[in-house]
Design a protein around this ligand. Sequence first.
Ligand code: ZN
Length: 325
Amino acid sequence: MGLSWNKMQSNYNSRYYNHRDYVRGLNNYGVTCCINALLQSFSATPELLELLDKYNPAQTEPNDVPMELKNTLCAMRKEQKHHSPHRNFLDCLHRHSIHRYIQHDADEIFHSILNLTQKQMTDKDLAEEIRKLYEIKVETQVMCKECGHIQKTPNSLYSLPLAIREGDNTLESCVQSYIQQQPLRSGNECYCDWCMKKQPTTHQLKLVSLPSVLCIHLKRFRNYGTTRKLHNRVTFPETLHMNTFNGQSENAKEYYSLYAVIVHIGSAFSGHYTAYIRHSLDQKWFYADDSNVQQATWEHVQETYKGGKTAYLLLYRKMSENASG
Ligand SMILES: [Zn+2]
């Protein structure tokens, strides 16, 4: 029994990585650690590299985010060692109001980069493929407790925003809470189209479909008047089974494999971003702290479960077992 990914992987690798030193450090140009960490995760996503490589418009507008992203990710794979392949990309984002010398939120910047790519890409089919690569489809279901009528509202997301409870959490328990049925508070009733009046309702989120690249956002920043960071323990596995959450059979031979972790170090007011990246070539973990890159282990990654240095975004890749091997 083998993984269908293996064949794809060797194709990607021969095309995109031709030397061992494949995780490139990135200089910090004024609180750009957040963007640097995200670039490391994009660079470890050959599915995205392959799509961006097809982006060759006759002409682009100035400050074209997808073109600068493509050029940066391409330069990060080149042999020559320089730590500033992302200068133009940073300048480009700066002109789109993602400024340097400002603390950014990695989830917001992740969304901004993908949204700007969608908006600016002239090749709309390609933009659609990039959207699909990350798109999580969810449905809000509001059920009337009187008549049982369910009102469904579809929505799509680039990252799954998971709340963290006080105490210890597992990633699976956070997903479970996210989709759990919630009664709306009394006095907060919803209009039922069937009963034609306001009725008590329950509220539930349903995962309709999950993408090839699943980004999970651990909501560690909470606003209590002032923003506070939750340092609570959240364990997450290297191999994640999502079948039970989206109503698929438990026997479905699909699972997710962790390949990047965006880490936030510090507090809500003063922080730094780094990234753990697992390279598809030999499955080894690397730790990228701006220009400093070192090899790491799964045990190092697990140290980001709690405390001051915590996992903030998790990137999982869908894998499927191939029965024919
Ligand atoms: Zn009703």
